[in-house]
Design a protein around this ligand. Structure first.
Ligand code: ADP
Ligand code: MG
Length: 388
């Protein structure tokens, strides 16, 4: 390979916002036959928003479900957490406005703070990568503190009672007051015998409840059963490409938040062009299978690998490398993607991504426009062919 050709190639790339880290990377990129895509933030905009919320207990409204989820999600940096917190903020603003209106009507001229409730406090919050988040939430002034805590806990208790298979063994006094871990290890699913220890404790004194927020895997690990009605709702939402975030209190599912991250406008066209170039394209995601397939359908992409844990992305790339005719390129943006970007023959980071991803990559698309991926691969081929 002549250094001059590489210099010209990388120069042309740079003027188009494509950073190439050296001649070897360029050589490898010219021989790629498989392109693996991360979903969130790479093929989708990476700015998910809540499209629907379903409350599952009559005693708890949609706003309550959002409050409870936001209480723990305030400790997460996941895009899904941002979507839920954004909705909580809007909800709070609306409540504030309503209260102000009422003040005006009842006693015009009375100013002061209307006192819309801030986020509920959560402690001992535990993030489970690729699954969700859990923590103890202080419910004392839940929804304004008007005795809703008791209603909530009563509702949860009756829901648990209505389902005799639902044992809340984790709510032992020790776990409630001194424990720092979610009641996952001692919790049981349907049909299991009650865990050793006393009966489920009332939380009236502590006014705290374990709130778990995440996907089906996270619920299974926390011993939360998902009723058929919730399953049906999830099937429907996921079939449209939304991600369902499940919300449980004391191991009882209280709601589902459907979050949508729309695909980038140019994504479908780019996949079509790559197919035209003879590339095998693969969607690789930690999201669930149904959502991943729905997004794949929207993109014209049939090769989908879903429910991959953060550590599993490297292994998936390795497997694809074993199968590929030629090299494998991985396109991603997240911290999660960095090891897979390094493992691939060519790691391609989109510029809006995290520093870690950009560092691990051989190519950086500074403009975060997927069209630039076509140019990057095209340019690499042209440059190397010219060399030979
Ligand atoms: P990806 O970046 O491919 O979406 P992640 O590993 O970040 O994969 O997440 C995989 C899945 O885990 C998400 O789709 C979601 O269902 C669940 N999850 C992870 N973190 C959270 C969180 N903070 N809140 C709710 N769900 C979460
Ligand atoms: Mg991503």
């Amino acid at each position: 390979a002549t250094p001059t050709a590489v210099l010209v190639g990388t120069g042309v790339a740079a003027s188009n916002g494509i950073l190439i880290k050296g001649g070897e990377a360029l050589e490898r990129a010219s021989r790629v036959s498989t392109v693996v895509f991360d979903k969130t933030g790479t093929l989708t905009a990476g700015k998910p928003h809540v499209v629907d919320v379903r409350a599952l207990l009559p005693q708890l409204g949609v706003a309550d479900v959002v409050e409870l989820a936001a209480a723990v999600e305030q400790h997460s940096e996941h895009p899904l957490a941002s979507a839920i917190l954004e909705l909580q903020r809007q909800q709070q603003q609306q409540q504030q406005q309503q209260q102000q209106q009422q003040h005006k009507v009842l006693a015009s001229g009375v100013g002061g703070n209307s006192g819309a409730a801030p986020l509920l406090q959560a402690r001992d919050v535990e993030v489970v990568m690729g699954q969700g988040i859990s923590g103890w939430v202080q419910l004392a002034r839940f929804a304004g503190g008007g005795g809703v805590t008791d209603t909530l806990l009563a509702a949860i208790q009756s829901a648990a009672a209505a389902d005799p298979g639902l044992d809340r063994g984790g709510s032992s006094p020790a776990a409630l007051h001194g424990g720092s871990s979610p009641p996952s290890s001692s919790s049981k699913l349907h049909g299991a015998a009650s865990a050793a220890g006393g009966p489920p404790e009332k939380k009236a004194a502590a006014s705290e409840a374990m709130v778990s927020v995440g996907n089906a895997r996270h619920m299974a690990a926390a011993g939360v059963a998902v009723p058929a009605a919730a399953e049906a709702y999830m099937r429907d939402q996921e079939g449209r490409g939304s991600t369902c975030v499940l919300v449980a209190v004391q191991q009882v599912l209280v709601g589902v938040v459907a979050v949508m991250d729309p695909i980038k406008p140019e994504a479908r066209g780019v996949i079509a062009a790559l197919h035209q170039m003879g590339m095998h394209c693969v969607l690789l995601t930690g999201d669930n299978w149904r959502t991943a397939r729905a997004i794949g359908d929207q993109l014209g992409l049939t090769a989908v690998v879903a429910e991959v844990l953060p550590a599993g992305k490297v292994e998936q790339v390795r497997q694809l490398q074993a199968q590929a005719r030629h090299g494998v390129a991985m396109v991603g943006d997240g911290v999660n993607d960095a090891p897979a970007l390094a493992q691939a023959d060519v790691g391609i980071a989109v510029g809006s991504g995290t520093d870690v991803a950009i560092e691990a990559a051989d190519y950086v698309l500074m403009r975060s426009d997927l069209e630039d991926l076509l140019m990057a691969l095209d340019l690499s081929r042209t440059t190397v062919n010219r060399i030979r």
